[in-house]
Ligand binder design. Structure first.
Ligand code: S3P
Length: 393
């Protein structure tokens, strides 16, 4: 069955690095990045690139371009224009780049061509794969050397891809060291299916007591902490046919309901490895006995929407008898375990993961959800609604 899109993180890294991959079944974010890279490469003078909704695209490409010594401006849609870019501009500028932002924080990102210092060390205080990758790509395009001190590990797709293509990259304890002067070999990358998209169908299997096999899904351990959560909550998950292709593991994922779900507590180093799945975990918590607790997840406030506040206000509408406490870096949810089937309006904030999470909530409860828009699901999971209809409804 071929209903899952290609991994959005890996595909966008291929696009920025100019590596060939099969472009069937990719979301709008990947398409925006492919178009922006093409435009950048074809344009000899200064140009403006529109990255649409893609945070990964704009941050990774900014790093690559800042290292290339060329002038460029990068913009995005309304949501992307409200996301913090100082997290990449600050290290790039300390390294010798000239990157300026609107109100020193937001896109457009204006890059003036400069030469980066031959060596740079950066201590990553925000556990973000986008910042890490931005800097690795800047080192590669500027042919300079970077040492990144990674205090809390995040997804390592860029490191793996660079290693696969013969870059001089190594890990020494919590340091990642890349000498960008060694050119990479442009290889074909076999991009696995997107784990973060598969997560919705794993939850759908469990909540609707189905058993649909998800084939060829990326199971890089820096992405799959959601599987531990599902099992701890009482779901059943089995990985089969595990293979490593072009330096990324993938597997067929079998998942189903085993017993009644129970609430869970998540915090600390696990958070970056399931950051995109937290809205979905909160939804699964509504179908569980007991409290679901999340902490150390302040980064959720800087995603396509403020995912803590939007998630909780919608949960309150979806399960009015639940008790919810909001924290700066997370929440406690005590579900009522007595959902009615009255229709509910969901405020989406144009955030694909809010929409998909509440579709799963609807599937599990029979409660109708009405969204103010649904097109943003196309950014990551084209065909999501059709898949749910065909397999689960
Ligand atoms: C991504 C990293 C994460 C994640 C995003 C994709 C990537 O963001 O939430 O969906 O491809 O590197 P941060 O780097 O901001 O944590």
């Amino acid at each position: 069955m071929n209903f899952l899109p290609k991994d959005k993180s890996i595909a966008q890294r291929c696009a920025v690095l100019g590596l060939d991959f099969n472009q069937d079944y990719i979301g709008e974010d990947v398409k925006s990045t492919i178009v922006a890279v093409k435009q950048f490469n074809e344009n000899l003078g200064s140009t403006t690139l529109d990255l649409g909704n893609s945070g990964t695209g704009i941050r990774l490409l900014s790093g690559y371009i800042a290292g290339s010594g060329k002038d460029c401006t990068l913009t995005g849609d309304k949501s992307l224009s409200q996301r913090p870019m100082n997290r990449i501009a600050e290290p790039l500028n300390s390294w010798g780049a000239e990157v300026s932002l609107k109100e020193q924080k937001f896109p457009p990102i204006v890059i003036k061509g400069t030469k980066l210092l031959p060596e740079f060390t950066y201590n990553l205080t925000i556990p973000s794969a986008q910042i890490k990758s931005c800097l690795l790509l800047a080192a590669l395009s500027s042919k300079t050397k970077i040492t990144i001190v990674e205090n809390i590990p995040s997804r390592d797709h860029t490191e793996r891809m660079l290693e696969e293509c013969g870059a001089d990259i190594k890990r020494d304890g919590n340091k990642i060291i890349l000498d960008g002067s060694i050119e990479i070999k442009k290889k074909f990358i076999d991009v696995p299916k997107d784990f973060s998209s598969a997560a919705y169908l794993i939850a759908a299997n469990i909540l609707s007591k189905k058993n649909i096999l998800l084939e060829g899904v990326g199971v890089n351990s820096t992405r799959t902490a959601f599987l531990d959560v599902v099992q701890e909550m009482g779901g059943n998950v089995v990985l089969k046919n595990i293979k490593n292709i072009t330096n990324e593991p993938r597997a067929d994922i079998e998942s189903n309901a085993k017993q009644e779900l129970k609430g869970i507590s998540i915090q600390g180093k696990k958070i970056p490895n399931l950051i995109d799945e937290i809205p979905l975990i909160a939804i699964m918590g509504l179908f569980a006995k007991g409290q679901t607790i999340v902490r150390d997840a302040k980064e959720l406030r800087f995603k396509e929407s403020d995912r803590i506040s939007l998630l909780l206000s919608n949960i309150k509408k979806f399960d009015p008898k639940s008790t919810i406490t909001e924290y700066e870096d997370g929440f406690d949810i005590n579900p009522s375990n007595s959902l009615d089937t009255n229709p509910v309006n969901i405020e989406t904030g144009g955030d694909h993961r809010i929409i998909m999470s509440f579709m799963i909530a609807s599937l599990g409860s029979g409660k109708k959800v009405i969204f103010d828009e649904t097109s943003s699901v196309e950014t990551s999971f084209p065909g999501f609604f059709e898949v749910l209809k065909e397999w689960y409804q």
